[in-house]
Write a protein that binds this ligand. Structure first.
Ligand code: IMP
Length: 423
């Protein structure tokens, strides 16, 4: 497999972790390029369930290397706990996990500010994961961030931290919130920094050396296209570049070294957090939640659910340049008598086939559906295209056609084995 980027085509939670896990077999290095521990990838290997937030799921394959790139914002204390959690489950990251010295740190005041900003927005809150992601990227862009390289120099880190805590405690105090303690943070972060020292490196050089040695890179996108800071349903987005271009800026691997872009999408649509969602359908959400599905891996929140929206996925195809797509969670639709696919929107009496640039307009869009007959039998044991019921195949072909990309795999359950490869 050449150098491949995998990204979500919807609002995150498309089941990327599982597809990454499957594609990892054909790659040498798995790279995270953006986001932080707002992400949550669930992977099931046999009976063991792994939920990874920062570490690429490739770590679960022996001999694969994993890199956390410069575009990621990283809470070092959380990373250490994730490493320890893996160790308890029998996976050692030593010599296999490397972290960019240029990754920016998420600090406790980022989390407090995240909560404060959400509270101050009242009814217009974003519904963030509360992990401090927006404020951490905000500091990066404002050029006042602290990076992992700074943490590796305790004196420099202490000086920078003291100043940032002084500045950030002002709004916290103003709003009657607990100020962040310099001593407490300094101690826990230096301790985590010491643990991470062997992993911190110049990942840019590592990646370019790996490419010279013809190693195959797999870039693991977090969140999804419509949470992208530039291309998503702004302001109801995350603060990073979740689209395929983020693979270059978040790692230093240039666009002309990327050979393939894979889009992952659910056979329906979900989103967590606030913001427009034209095909949202409460009854579908109730059905999934009663089945025990569609609860967030990071926050446990019940996801909002709706029909497949081909207007969105076509847009995602344009922005990311998908070579092919992987459709997941097909088994979620097994019981349904009929299934809707949104092929266009109605906006002010006009039929629109593209996502309107304004989020306010997207909020007003009414879906135009094409209805498919359900297959009403279990797909969970299907292992090949031919095993799938005819109506499921027709449905999948139709959503690939309206999206405009080639279908490369179909997932019918959480296990690695429940993946049907078509290429
Ligand atoms: P933040 O990234 O915590 O700032 O949250 C901003 C928006 O992105 C909120 O709507 C979150 O629910 C959403 N979000 C962030 N990470 C994920 C994810 O991994 N899956 C799905 N939604 C996410």
């Amino acid at each position: 497999m050449p150098n491949t980027v995998l990204v979500g085509a919807q609002w995150g939670d498309e089941g990327k972790g599982k597809i990454i896990d499957v594609l990892t077999d054909e790659s040498d290095i798995v790279v995270r390029m953006q986001g932080g521990n707002n992400a949550g990838h669930t992977v099931l290997v046999g009976k063991k369930k792994y939920v990874l937030h920062l570490i690429p799921s490739g770590i679960l394959r022996a001999r694969k290397k994993c890199i956390i790139g410069n575009g990621v914002v990283l809470d070092p204390v959380h990373l250490v706990s994730e490493i320890d959690g893996l160790l308890k489950l029998g996976t050692n990251v030593k010599g296999r996990l490397f972290v960019s010295q240029n990754a920016h740190l998420v600090l406790p005041y980022h989390r407090s500010l995240d909560a404060l900003r959400e509270a101050s927005k009242g009814g217009k809150k974003i519904g963030t994961t509360g992990r401090g992601i927006g404020p951490a990227y905000g500091d990066k862009v404002a050029r006042v961030g602290i990076r992992l390289a700074d943490l590796m120099s305790p004196d420099r880190f202490a000086g920078m931290l003291k100043e940032r805590i002084r500045v950030n405690n002002i709004p916290l105090r103003e709003h009657g919130l607990k100020p962040v303690s310099f001593k407490g943070v300094l101690g826990s972060y230096l301790e985590a920094g010491e643990r991470l020292k062997p992993l911190v490196t110049n990942t840019l050089l590592m990646l370019h050396e790996a490419m010279e040695q013809k190693k195959r890179l797999l870039f693991e996108g977090a969140q999804g296209t419509f949470l992208d800071i530039d291309h998503g349903s702004y302001p109801y987005v995350t603060s990073s570049s979740t689209t395929s271009g983020g693979a270059s800026t978040g790692t230093g691997v240039p666009p002309n070294r990327i050979d393939r872009v894979v889009g992952v999408m659910k056979a329906y649509t979900t989103r967590v957090g606030e913001g427009p969602f034209p095909t949202e359908e409460a009854a579908l959400g109730d059905m999934f939640h009663n089945m025990g599905r569609e609860f967030g891996a990071t926050t446990g929140r019940a996801r909002r659910c709706g029909w497949f929206d081909a207007v969105l996925t076509r847009h995602a195809c344009m922005v990311n340049g998908f070579n092919d797509i992987s459709v997941t969670n097909v088994d979620g639709l097994d019981q349904l008598k009929s299934i809707n696919v949104c092929v266009a929107y109605k906006l002010d009496g006009e039929t629109v086939r593209h996502v309107p640039p304004s989020t306010l307009d997207l909020e007003r869009c009414e879906p135009v559906y094409e209805t498919f007959k359900g297959w009403q039998c279990s797909t969970e044991k299907c292992r090949s295209w031919k095993d799938l019921p005819l109506r499921a195949r027709q449905y999948l072909k139709a959503i690939a056609k309206v999206t405009g990309a080639k279908l490369s795999s179909v997932s019918v359950g959480p296990d690695r084995k429940q993946t049907i490869r078509l290429v």
